[in-house]
Each structure stands twice: as structure tokens, then as C-alpha cells.
Design a protein around this ligand. Structure first.
Ligand SMILES: C[S@@+](CC[C@H](N)C(=O)[O-])C[C@H]1O[C@@H](n2cnc3c(N)ncnc32)[C@H](O)[C@@H]1O
Length: 237
């Protein structure tokens, strides 16, 4: 039984209510990611990338796409998918752990995206992430941290947001069933025990500043939940 978020993501989990939900989610994240890429030669990092279903589409808009995830099971699946592909865009994609990322790259990343991950990080993990991003960014590189849960977030809002997205994209009944399943799921148990990290906008901007960034709120947020926050930051010299 998973006792940490990383265990949870390393195990077999059902975070999307069905295949359509996963498809719609990753397509939206990819579209929101692509508009952030500064040019076709850019080196971009997707930190906490998850299944990254639309990675080839993102890679088509960049020089190099670095998919980084702490969950080894996720990295294994991504690597297998990329090795099995004859798509030329696969040659532009690397799959790495956060540790590999830290060791293999330095001051060369043009865009560093962290979407929907902060809620699973402990305080020391967040500090390490910001230090890594600071060291990895090229001088004019941009850090985007998105889908950050605000302090006033609530479960009812999450449910309402899922149902609204499901209604719009045609998986409403599956979403209702998914909500019932979630009630009995390891996700809910961890949410109640370990908890999800939440952040206050002003405090988070100050934290980014202390970590060596000049930061601002970015709108819209990536993905479907506009109650959650996104931040854009550049390293200060
Ligand atoms: C909700 S998924 C986000 C996936 C993708 N970024 C997206 O927007 O769909 C969260 C990701 O964070 C990673 N993660 C969870 N806990 C972590 C931790 N403690 N340290 C590093 N990564 C973690 C998981 O492996 C998972 O891939």
C-alpha cells in the first residue's frame, strides 16, 4: 500500500476516469505547453511529466524535449514507448530522473515546465526543485510552475471542475463512476493522510524570489482548472 505520493505514482493507479479523460487532459496540457516554447531549437524540460501522451507533438515544436519524472515505473514506460517508435521526433526526446537531469544538464534549458506536481512535493523536495531549475535554466530561460493548488482549494471545487470538464468533453457518466471509485481509492486515503501541498500566491512569489527568480502570476493556468495558479519566472542575475 502506497505510503507516499511517489509510491502512489510508481504503482498502478487510476487517476483518469477513462481513456477519453486521459486523452483530453494530455491534449490540453500539450497545447498549453507548446505556446510557451520560445523557438524550434529550444531545449525544454517537462518535470513530473507523467505519461506525457502527447510528447511527440511537443517535441515537434522544440529542439530537445527532456521528460523528467521521479517515478521509475513511469520512466520505464516512456522509454519503452520512445524506443519502440520509428517517429523521427522520438530522437529529440530524452527520459531522465530528477537526479540524471541535475547531473547531465547545466544552464542550457530554455523552458522548464512543472505542471500539476507541486501538490505532491514535500518542503525539501520543493526547495531542491527550485535549486535545480535555477541551475538548469539558460540565462534567458523561463520556469513555468502550473496547476498549483491555492490554500483555499476544496474537494467540492475539484468535483465540480471534473464534472464540468467531463460534461464538455463527453465523459460525464464515466466521471460520476470515477468519483465513486475515487472515494474508495488509495488517492483519497493519501490525500487524507499525507495531504496535498497548497500555496498562497504572495508567499509563493516571495519564495521564488528567495530562490533566485523574478516571478509573476501567469494566466491562464495550464489545463482545465482555472481555480489553480500558474507562475512564470526568470532567473535573476
Ligand atoms: C498529476 S501527475 C502530473 C503529470 C503531468 N505533469 C501532467 O500535467 O499531466 C504528477 C506527477 O508528479 C510526479 N511526482 C509525484 N510525487 C513526486 C515527488 N515526490 N517527487 C517528484 N515527482 C513526483 C509523479 O510521478 C507524476 O508523474
Amino acid at each position: 500500500m502506497a505510503t507516499s505520493w511517489l509510491d502512489f505514482w510508481n504503482g498502478s493507479h487510476r487517476i483518469y476516469v477513462n481513456a477519453r479523460h486521459a486523452k483530453v487532459h494530455y491534449a490540453k496540457i500539450a497545447a498549453d505547453f507548446i505556446v510557451l516554447i520560445p523557438n524550434r531549437q529550444a531545449t525544454v524540460v517537462d518535470w513530473g511529466c507523467g505519461e506525457a501522451s502527447n510528447a511527440f507533438e511537443i517535441a515537434a515544436h522544440a529542439g530537445r524535449l527532456i521528460l523528467c519524472d521521479a517515478a521509475s515505473a513511469t520512466r520505464d514506460r516512456l522509454t519503452a514507448r520512445i524506443l519502440a517508435s520509428s517517429d523521427v521526433r522520438a530522437t529529440r526526446i530524452d527520459v531522465v530522473s530528477p537526479n540524471d537531469l541535475r547531473l547531465q544538464y547545466r544552464a542550457e534549458v530554455d523552458l522548464f515546465v512543472v505542471n500539476s506536481v507541486l501538490q505532491y512535493l514535500s518542503e525539501p523536495e520543493l526547495t531542491q526543485l527550485l535549486d535545480d531549475a535555477r541551475a538548469l535554466l539558460a540565462p534567458d530561460g523561463t520556469l513555468v510552475i502550473a496547476d498549483v493548488i491555492p490554500t483555499q482549494d476544496d474537494l467540492i471545487g475539484d468535483i465540480r471542475n471534473l464534472l464540468a470538464t467531463a460534461w464538455r468533453y463527453g465523459f460525464f457518466l464515466a466521471a460520476l463512476a470515477g468519483l465513486v471509485a475515487t472515494f474508495f481509492s488509495p488517492y483519497r486515503r493519501l490525500r487524507n493522510t499525507v495531504g496535498l501541498a497548497r500555496h498562497n500566491e504572495a508567499d509563493f512569489l516571495a519564495r521564488l524570489e528567495r530562490a533566485g527568480f523574478k516571478a509573476e502570476r501567469m494566466q491562464p493556468n495550464m489545463g482545465f482548472d482555472q481555480r489553480r495558479m500558474a507562475f512564470r519566472a526568470k532567473a535573476t542575475v
